[in-house]
Structures are given as structure tokens and as C-alpha cells.
Write a protein that binds this ligand. Structure first.
Ligand SMILES: Nc1nc2c(ncn2[C@@H]2O[C@H](COP(=O)(O)OP(=O)(O)OP(=O)(O)O)[C@@H](O)[C@H]2O)c(=O)[nH]1
Ligand SMILES: [Mg+2]
Length: 460
């Protein structure tokens, strides 16, 4: 994707609603000639004489032929998403009509938009910064309440404004230090080293918090990895199926049924969880099952949450104590879930209630008490901070720049500690400024922009 000026002047067109048949479809145009072009094929009113933010009924015609009755919405520059003239044409949602309208406009001089080109223009025309533009893509793809919240807060400025403010204060120091370089013989100090240190330490705290939030951000975007682990025949696959409401995993009374892991997404209370059903944990001489067991152990290490499932009819307290001990040492949050309450011996149930009062008793087979399990899962992952609008980094590019920023900020600090000369401090500050600027788009390269907007869909 290039950024030549002539391309920027084109009037672009694309279907803004999904492909396929719907009640209505919206075709969007943006560019200097968007209104004039529409006026050439629209019959009803003179669109060039209308106010911004108005809607007009009429027909789209190709010569004498009426293509459709439509509604046309006008957004006159700069009061539009792209800050250019924008026209949105609502047609009936048939693919025949959509194609006829698109073809007509292209014949009249509009150009089909490239993926993300509307958002790209909005960015280039200063509608928002790069981090916000990327949030538009995240917002479109968000499929749960929490990922939607994270994208929305980022699009509204989220951490951009915080970073921009600190960056502009760092620019101030940079210019003071460059000034000192000009006066180097006179040994003056325009920039207080102590104030610089305080600012860098503050920036470092913000950057580190954002880096930390990335793990959680990823979890929101991709689902909380949740492993169901336990002995063969505990009912792990039955539980996965019950939570999914479908027969995804094979269930049988033969121990060692599941040999590889099976995963699927489940939305619990607006949060996406990625549930992973695993091979039952036991010593085994079967090679394939052994591979499955070692994969289970790997999955457990990288999980955000483990559901430790055991069969009430086939486990004793000694065994449970041993497993719980192991899990506690692993450091991954876990829930103790006792299965097959429908055929439990009451002795073990009573022992558990005393020794492990946080045990959740369920029957996966009869779908009993699954609601309690779900609510305990939600409490354990505690994603409340995202609902309150805290900033979360979900984007790998931002994460990369943040990590590089942290390194260069640490370099400034160690430079101050070692009383290095001004030109070194100035160099480290410039490096920090560069990486911070990469996040908000104040520093960009064509490669970077191309990469980002390519991930959008056409019409966005
Ligand atoms: N009575 C009763 N039986 C159950 C319950 N949940 C599962 N089962 C039975 O327990 C047996 C084992 O269930 P699975 O879900 O295959 O167990 P698993 O933990 O996936 O076993 P592996 O894949 O071999 O590790 C099956 O016969 C299930 O029907 C339950 O709540 N009550
Ligand atoms: Mg299984």
C-alpha cells in the first residue's frame, strides 16, 4: 500500500456492511468528489445543496435504468469519520443491487477502497492516533464484553493520552539538554537532573504497568486458558461437553479415553474462556497416552486457571491432599471440583467439607451445580479491573514498543547514575522518545502503516 498524494485524493468506495443478503446494505464513499459523484447518479434532490448530517430519499439510476430506491446520508468535510466528504448510501441488501451500484460509481471515477483505507485516512487526517486506529480494528473483532470494553477505552484515547503527556514532558527535557550541549563551554545546567530522574522514573512505572497489562490484555482478546485436569475417568470430557452443551469430546468408561487435548471457547459472564480438556494424569506404559500426559503437564503450566477434577467414587483424601499440594506449588490458580456427586459416598463428602471447605461438588453427567462452578471461575480470575476502564495493552506492536521504551528509559537512569556526559543522556532520551512515539504514531514508517491497515477489512 503506498501513500502517494494522488491516491490520497481519490474518492474511494466500498460496501460497509457484511457481504451477503441482508435487509439493507450500506455503501460508503469518501473523498473530495464523493458528494458530486453521488449527485450525478442520484435522482430526488440536488445533494450538493444540502447540509451536512442530513438524509435524503431518492433513486440511483444508471442512465434511464433505476437500480434501487435508496437513502443517502451526507457528511461534509471535516465533520466525518475520515474528515473528508463522506456519503453513505443505504440500498436494499441484494448482492445484485450492491454490485450494480459499486460498478456504476467505479465507472464514474470512484476507486474501490483497500482494506482499512477509511480508517487509514481518518488517521492521516488527524482524526485519531495510531493506537486508536488499531483499536477500531479490535473493536470490530471484539466478541465478548471485556474485549469490547478494552478496545473501546483504547479507541477513546486510553493510554495514548497518558503516554503523549509524559512524552511531551520528556521532549522538553531533551530540548533543554540539547541546549546545554550548545553552551557546553559555559557549564550551565538548564535541565535539572533530579527532575529528569523523577520524570523518567514515573514514565518507567507507567510503561511497566502497561507491559504487565499485556498478559491480561491477551487473555481478554483470546480467552482465559483454563485446563481441566485430573485422573483418567474423573469426568473431564463429560464436564467440557456439559459446559459447551455439545458432545465435543468422546466420553467413555474406559480410563485413558482422551489422549490429546481438546479445546473450545465458552463465554461465562461476558468473559471468553478457552477450556482445555486433557489426557487424564496417571503413570502409563502406553506410549501415546504418555505423550498425552506430558502435554497435559505442559498445558497446566501455561494455564491461567486449572480445574482440578476428581471422582468422588474413586478417590480418597490422601490422594486429594497430595494433588492439592502439588497444585499449590505450581502457582497457577486452581479450583477443587468433586465430580459424580450423584453416586458419592457420604464419608468422603463430609471429610472434604471439613478439610477442603472450598470444594465445589458437581455432577458433570447430570449437569448439576454447574452454575456455581461458573460463578466461582469468574471470581477466581477477577477481571473486574477491566470493567472499570483500566488501560490494557492488547496489541503486540504496542507491547514491543513498550519493552524497547523500558530498556531505553533504564539506560537514561543508569546514565544519570554514572554521570555520563550530556550527549549520551540526550541520545538515550531520543531513543525513548522514538519508541514512545511509535506507539501513538507520532513516529511512523510506511512499512509500519501498511502492516497495520492491511489487517483491517475492506470498507473499514
Ligand atoms: N455417575 C456419574 N458418571 C459420570 C459423571 N460424569 C462423568 N461420568 C462418567 O464417567 C466416565 C468417564 O467420563 P469421561 O468424561 O470420559 O472421563 P475423563 O476424565 O475425560 O477420562 P479420560 O479421558 O480417560 O482421562 C464416563 O462413563 C461418564 O459417563 C457424573 O457426574 N456422574
Ligand atoms: Mg476424557
Amino acid at each position: 500500500m503506498s501513500f502517494s498524494l494522488s491516491e490520497q485524493n481519490d474518492t474511494i468506495i466500498a460496501l460497509a456492511t457484511p457481504q451477503g443478503v441482508g435487509a439493507i446494505a450500506v455503501i460508503r464513499l469518501s473523498g473530495k468528489d464523493a458528494i458530486q459523484l453521488t449527485n450525478e447518479v442520484f435522482f430526488g434532490k440536488n445533494l450538493e445543496k444540502q447540509e451536512s448530517h442530513t438524509i435524503h430519499f431518492g433513486t440511483i439510476r444508471d442512465g434511464d435504468k433505476i437500480i434501487d430506491e435508496v437513502l443517502v446520508s451526507l457528511f461534509i468535510a471535516p465533520k466525518s469519520f475520515t474528515k473528508e466528504n463522506v456519503v453513505e448510501i443505504s440500498t436494499h441488501g441484494s448482492s445484485y443491487i450492491i454490485n450494480q451500484v459499486l460498478k456504476l460509481f467505479i465507472r464514474k471515477g470512484a476507486r474501490p477502497a483497500k482494506p482499512g483505507e477509511f480508517t487509514q485516512r481518518a488517521f492521516l487526517n488527524g482524526q485519531f492516533d495510531l493506537a486508536q486506529a488499531e483499536a477500531v480494528a479490535d473493536l470490530i473483532h471484539a466478541d465478548s464484553e471485556t474485549s469490547h470494553q478494552a478496545a473501546l477505552s483504547q479507541m477513546r484515547g486510553g493510554f495514548s493520552s497518558e503516554i503523549q503527556e509524559l512524552r511531551s514532558r520528556l521532549i522538553h527535557f531533551a530540548s533543554m539538554i540539547e541546549l546545554e550541549l550548545d553552551f557546553s563551554e559555559e557549564d550551565v545546567e538548564f535541565a535539572s537532573r533530579e527532575e529528569l530522574r523523577t520524570l523518567v522514573e514515573r514514565l518507567l512505572r507507567v510503561v511497566e504497568e502497561l507491559i504487565l497489562s499485556f498478559d491480561l490484555g491477551n487473555v481478554i482478546k483470546n480467552g482465559v486458558p483454563t485446563v481441566i485436569a485430573g485422573k483418567p475417568n474423573a469426568g473431564k470430557s463429560t464436564l467440557l461437553n456439559a459446559l459447551l452443551n455439545e458432545e465435543k469430546a468422546i466420553v467413555s468408561e474406559i480410563a485413558g479415553t482422551t489422549r490429546d487435548f481438546i479445546e473450545d471457547e465458552i463465554n461465562i459472564g461476558g468473559v471468553i474462556f478457552r477450556f482445555i480438556d486433557t489426557a487424564g494424569l496417571r503413570e502409563t506404559t502406553d506410549t501415546i497416552e504418555a505423550i498425552g500426559v506430558s502435554r497435559t503437564q505442559e498445558k497446566m503450566k501455561s494455564a491461567s486457571l486449572i480445574i482440578y477434577l476428581f471422582d468422588l467414587g474413586d478417590t480418597d483424601l490422601v490422594e486429594i491432599n497430595r494433588d492439592v499440594n502439588k497444585l499449590e506449588n505450581q502457582g497457577v490458580p486452581f479450583l477443587k471440583v468433586a465430580n459424580k456427586i450423584d453416586k458419592a459416598n457420604s464419608l468422603l463428602v463430609n471429610e472434604l467439607k471439613e478439610k477442603h471447605p472450598d470444594t465445589i461438588f458437581i455432577s458433570a453427567g447430570q449437569k448439576e451445580n454447574l452454575e456455581e462452578l461458573k460463578s466461582r471461575i469468574l471470581v477466581l480470575v477477577n477481571l473486574d479491573k477491566f470493567r472499570t476502564g483500566n488501560t490494557v495493552v492488547t496489541n503486540v506492536r504496542h507491547y514491543d514498543s513498550l519493552v524497547k521504551t523500558r530498556e531505553s528509559l533504564l539506560d537514561i537512569l543508569s546514565g544519570l547514575d554514572n554521570e555520563v556526559t550530556n550527549d549520551f543522556v540526550a541520545m538515550d532520551i531520543r531513543r525513548s522518545l522514538h519508541f514512545l512515539g511509535e506507539i501513538t504514531g507520532e513516529i511512523t514508517t510506511d512499512d509500519l502503516l501498511e502492516n497495520i491497515f492491511r489487517n483491517f477489512c475492506i470498507g473499514k
